[in-house]
Design a protein around this ligand. Structure first.
Ligand code: ADP
Ligand code: ADP
Ligand code: ZN
Length: 211
């Protein structure tokens, strides 16, 4: 099963990807995580990408497309994968459709005024787990439940950058919903509800599609 999670920053793509991964045994592929890994290792690509990420802009298509293609060609993707944060432009959607056919695009729809609060309260662990200081806190403050690691706040999760990222989403990424709706594979899910309610809906939807 090849699916993409779609929605603005803070919609809950990473959070929901975890549940799908556990249920169906296919890996989450987050271009944001892959890019942050390059930044952390200070590779030439990471240095280039960081300039855009810090401003809240999209990283140039050719860089992201290369990373994505390499990642989906690995062995753990033979049964499928969950794309999180890709595609984000028409150019990326075209490159993706040249490589694979998606079975479903899940569009997580969230009221705009909830997003800033979700993103500014987000805390991350280097193991990939995501928390929220208010909505999804770890059992011990600042410590990851999964691995015991120390939680941190992403540089680009500050309010000024968040507002820019939401604008970039509306201009460059949101128009893609129409593209996938025309293909008949877009499924809207109400993402303003509690985390577990949303994941139940997504999983039953995907099971139905798989029948
Ligand atoms: P995205 O990957 O779409 O940017 P995340 O999954 O990282 O979004 O979620 C953004 C923040 O909001 C995180 O701190 C997460 O814990 C929290 N969150 C995710 N889904 C919900 C929800 N349904 N209700 C409240 N908070 C949520
Ligand atoms: P969020 O879901 O909160 O927007 P991500 O982790 O998906 O965060 O992305 C963080 C940043 O990484 C983006 O603001 C952008 O600069 C870059 N990025 C991630 N995925 C892509 C992509 N597919 N195309 C271009 N830039 C990307
Ligand atoms: Zn962790």
């Amino acid at each position: 099963m090849k699916i993409a999670l779609f929605g603005p920053p803070g919609a809950g793509k990473g959070t929901q990807a975890r549940f799908i991964e556990d249920e169906f045994g296919i890996p989450q592929i987050s271009t944001g995580d892959l890019l942050r890994e390059h930044v952390r290792k200070d590779t030439p690509l990471g240095r280039e990408a960081k300039r855009y990420m810090d401003r809240g802009d999209l990283v140039p298509d050719e860089l992201v497309i290369d990373i994505l293609k390499e990642r989906i060609s690995r062995d753990d993707c033979v049964k499928g994968f969950i794309l999180d944060g890709f595609p984000r432009s028409l150019e990326q959607a075209k490159a993706l459709s040249d490589a694979v056919d998606l079975d479903a695009v899940i569009n997580i729809v969230v009221d705009e005024n909830l997003l800033v609060r979700r993103i500014t309260g987000r805390r991350m662990c280097s193991c990939g787990a995501t928390y929220h200081v208010e909505f999804d806190p770890p059992s011990r403050e600042g410590i990851c439940d999964r691995c015991g690691g120390k939680l941190y706040q992403r540089d680009d999760d500050r309010e000024e950058t968040v507002i820019k990222r939401l604008e970039v989403y509306r201009k460059q990424t949101e128009p893609l919903t129409e593209h996938y709706r025309k293909l008949g594979i877009l499924h809207d899910v109400d993402g303003s509800r509690p985390i577990e309610e949303i994941s139940k809906d997504i999983i039953s939807l995907l099971k139905k599609l798989g029948e």
